[in-house]
Each structure stands twice: as structure tokens, then as C-alpha cells.
Design a protein around this ligand. Structure first.
Ligand code: RNT
Ligand code: ZN
Length: 450
């Protein structure tokens, strides 16, 4: 309803010529207004000792890794009829999903054009491009040449993931921890092949690829042996990581989870398992997915602990609603707290920020864009904090002032700084991105019905 009214509103305003395509929209400010508001905001922040120019410079250097799988509901191009497995689920049937790698790249190009800054792509192994069927344990860099060429041409770094789900050999819910050695070996080989592809991306693009392993392994009902599958998983991972790869090309990460559909009672790769694994092995990063914990538990509190014991960390920023539902990231307290921790801790160089949600009930490009812009906004808000003053208050034990200060910061004019940032980066200000997506929907997505 709201969207219908909004669309009607846009149309009306367009007719009156107020709205300029690609610049600003309806309720959005003009260029002059953005500049004036920014000057005022800059002064306000300067009064707190915060340099907005410095914050924007830092922000423009941060690359977010956009997950390819928001574009086609985690389908991939290995098999057009494949069903999503592994206890993850995408709901919705919004028209116009990408059916080929070219369509997905076209959609991604559009999304990147709506984001200030230069960002990365997070690719899954099932997004390979081949004429004939290639088994997962036989994937090679050449099957990703289209992605390499596109990434190079558009200056995107690429991250990678083996796909240990949506496959007959994962149908019983086990992969790297499978009790059958042959099945285990199949997935070990798939992960080994994936690291080599990651290294290829890293070498070709001049930026290390983070290759992240997530597996669905677990039991629906209470197991009697919680130890043996974990021993098998640790052994499989040791085999996968046994070949050292130059860290300039590939970085390995492992992602824990609390439960999934079909693994409600026990997940082999729990948080404790992978935390212990990553701490005890050289050069293995931990991945914290914000949807993979108890609903009242936030990964924001885990970052400072993890960073004390590990060099680097990967984040999958998502939004769970009651469960690991992978909703689009909104600018809520949880998102803010996660990015505040990254900034406050001085971890921007050591934390890789990725997105992980999949919503097929709304325009998929809007989902990507809204989620990514929210991460960037949260980073900006964090970068605009007078952190030294806040620390002083806390050290002095003045918790009343700390609370008053933090609450005041919520309504500081960061939005004027954000608008200015978008203007400078030549991307739409305010809801201008939404109008571009609606135009793209009419021109491109609507042609995909078939
Ligand atoms: C699943 C994990 C994992 C996946 C992607 C598709 O619970 O979050 O990261 O979402 O690999
Ligand atoms: Zn994830």
C-alpha cells in the first residue's frame, strides 16, 4: 500500500518536473540543500571535536562484500532445477529474479551504482559458468572466468564460498562431518577446489579473497554422540587447509551456527567448535553471522573478544526475525552496535564486512541496496562518534554523562553528512535510489517473465 502510494506520489511529482532523474527524489533535498545542510552538520560535529571530512575519507575506503545470492534466492547456475537445501530458506516470489550469470551481473552493476564507494562481491561455488555439468569436487578457476573478467573491469574484489548444500550428497544433512568417508572426501575435495579458486580470484584481482566455509551438518533430534562428528569435522578442515596458500591471495574463514531447519538439536560446527578451531590453527579466520546465535544474543559483544585472539574476522551481517530468517539488514540498534564495535575497536583493517540475507518477497535489488546502504550508514554514524570523549567519561565513572551523550548522538545530523557523501560519490541522495530501482524493474526485470 505504502509503496503504491509512494509510486503514485513520485509519478505526480515527476509530472510537475520537480524530480530530476538520477539526482534527487520527491521528498529528497536539492543539491544546494544538501550542501547547506552539510556545512551546518560539519560545524555541529566540529563542536564535538569530530572531523566529518576525515570520517568520510575513512568511509569511502571501506569495501563491503555484497553477497551474490540475494539476486537469485541462493539458486546458482549449476542446475536450474536445484532446490535450496542445508536448512536455509528463501521465501517470496517477487518477479524478475536473475536467471543467468549475465543477468546477475547486470543487477549487481545496478546495485553498485547506487552505493557510495567501491565494493566487493561474495560469490558461491554454485555460481559457476559452464556448458556441461561439472561436479562440485571438480570445479576449477576457469569456470569462474566470467566473474574474474567482470570483477577486474569493475574493480571489485571477490570473496568465495564452497557450496556444501543443495546437492544429493548433502541431502541427509551431513557433508564434512559425514560418517561415510567417501562422502566426506567429496566435500573435502570441493572445499580444496574452492580455496584454489579463491586464490585465483585473489591473484587475478590483486586483493585477497576470503573463502568462507559454512556447512549445514547437524541432527534434527538429540544425538547420542556429539563428539565424533566434531572430531571428523576438525580432521576434514585440517585436510582442507593443509596446503598453505599465500595470504596475499586467499584467506580462509569458518562460519558457526546455532541451529538450522533440520538441525535443531545439534549443529556440528557450533560457535565453540569454530572459535576453538580458528584460535588453535594458523591463519584461519572466524566468521560471525549475526543471525546465527540465540535471538537475544548479538555478535557486537563478541567482536572485541575475538579480536584479542585472532588477527582477522569475517562478518556476515544479517537480520534474524525470531530465528535465522535472513531478513534485509535495517538500521537498527543491532546493526549499529556491530559496526560501532568494528570502528571503536580500530578494527577496520582486520574485519571483513559481508552481507548475508535473502529476501525474495520484495524487489531483490532494493533488498541489496537497502541492506548495503544501511551498513554504510551505520559505519558513518560510528565514524562520527567523539569516541575519545566517551571513553574519558567511562574511565572517570561518569555513567550518567555517558548515557546522556550517547542518546544525544543518536539525533546528531549524521544524515546531512550521509547525503553529502552520496552527492560527492555521484550516487542518489535519499530515496533517489528507489526511483532508479523502480525504473530498472520496469525496463529490465519485467522482461524476465518466462
Ligand atoms: C547459512 C549461512 C551461510 C549462507 C550462505 C548462502 O546459515 O549463513 O553463510 O547464508 O553461505
Ligand atoms: Zn552466513
Amino acid at each position: 500500500m505504502f509503496i503504491d502510494r509512494l509510486a503514485a506520489f513520485i509519478t505526480v511529482v515527476n509530472k510537475h518536473g520537480v524530480y530530476q532523474q538520477g539526482k534527487t527524489m520527491t521528498m529528497d533535498p536539492t543539491e544546494g540543500q544538501v550542501l547547506r545542510a552539510y556545512e551546518l552538520a560539519k560545524e555541529r560535529y566540529a563542536g564535538l571535536g569530530v572531523d566529518t571530512e576525515r570520517a568520510l575519507k575513512q568511509l569511502s575506503q571501506i569495501a563491503i562484500s555484497l553477497h551474490c545470492w540475494q539476486g537469485d534466492d541462493v539458486g546458482g547456475f549449476e542446475n536450474p532445477d536445484a532446490e535450496l537445501g542445508g536448512g536455509i530458506a528463501v521465501t517470496g516470489n517477487y518477479a524478475g529474479k536473475a536467471r543467468t550469470a549475465d543477468e546477475l551481473r547486470q543487477d549487481l552493476d545496478k546495485v553498485y551504482s547506487l552505493l557510495p564507494g567501491n565494493h566487493r562481491l561474495n560469490l558461491h561455488a554454485i555460481y559457476l559458468e559452464t556448458d556441461k555439468k561439472v561436479e562440485r569436487n571438480e570445479i576449477r578457476p576457469e569456470h569462474f572466468q566470467g566473474w574474474v573478467d567482470w570483477a577486474r573491469a569493475n574493480h571489485h574484489g571477490v570473496d568465495f564460498n564452497p557450496t556444501c548444500f543443495s546437492h544429493p550428497l548433502a541431502d541427509d544433512g551431513f557433508t564434512l562431518a559425514h560418517s561415510d568417508a567417501a562422502i566426506r572426501q567429496f566435500w573435502i575435495d570441493h572445499c580444496i577446489a574452492s580455496r584454489e579458486i579463491g586464490a585465483h580470484f585473489g591473484k587475478e584481482l590483486g586483493s585477497p579473497c576470503v573463502t568462507n566455509i559454512w556447512i549445514p551438518d547437524g541432527f534434527k533430534d538429540t544425538p547420542v554422540d556429539r563428539l565424533a562428528p566434531r572430531q571428523r569435522l576438525a580432521d576434514s578442515l585440517d585436510m582442507i587447509f593443509s596446503r598453505k596458500i599465500d595470504l596475499r591471495y586467499n584467506l580462509d574463514a569458518v562460519e558457526a551456527k546455532l541451529f538450522g531447519i533440520g538441525s535443531e538439536s545439534y549443529v556440528v560446527g557450533s560457535h565453540e567448535f569454530y572459535l576453538g578451531y580458528a584460535v588453535s590453527r594458523d591463519d584461519v579466520l572466524l566468521c560471525l553471522d549475526s543471525g546465527h546465535f540465540h535471538p537475544t544474543e548479538s555478535i557486537s559483544d563478541k567482536i572485541s573478544s575475538v579480536m584479542l585472539y585472532m588477527d582477522e574476522l569475517l562478518l556476515h551481517v544479517s537480520r534474524g526475525v525470531r530465528w535465522d530468517s535472513d531478513h534485509v539488514v535495517t538500521l537498527n540498534d543491532d546493526t549499529l552496535a556491530i559496526l560501532q564495535e568494528v570502528v571503536r575497536g580500530g578494527f577496520l583493517d582486520r574485519v571483513h564486512i559481508g552481507l548475508d540475507f535473502f529476501d525474495a518477497s520484495i524487489n531483490r535489488l532494493a533488498a541489496w541496496t537497502i541492506g548495503a546502504r544501511n551498513i554504510l550508514k551505520a559505519l558513518l554514524i560510528a565514524l562520527l562518534e567523539p569516541i575519545d570523549q566517551l571513553r574519558e567519561l567511562e574511565m572517570a565513572g561518569d555513567f550518567t554523562a555517558r548515557l546522556a551523550f550517547l542518546e544525544e548522538l543518536r539525533t546528531m545530523p549524521w544524515q546531512a553528512v550521509w547525503d553529502y557523501h552520496c552527492l560527492q560519490a555521484d550516487v542518489p541522495v535519499g530515496l533517489g535510489y528507489f526511483d532508479e530501482i523502480k525504473a530498472y524493474e520496469a525496463e529490465v526485470l519485467a522482461q524476465r517473465q518466462a
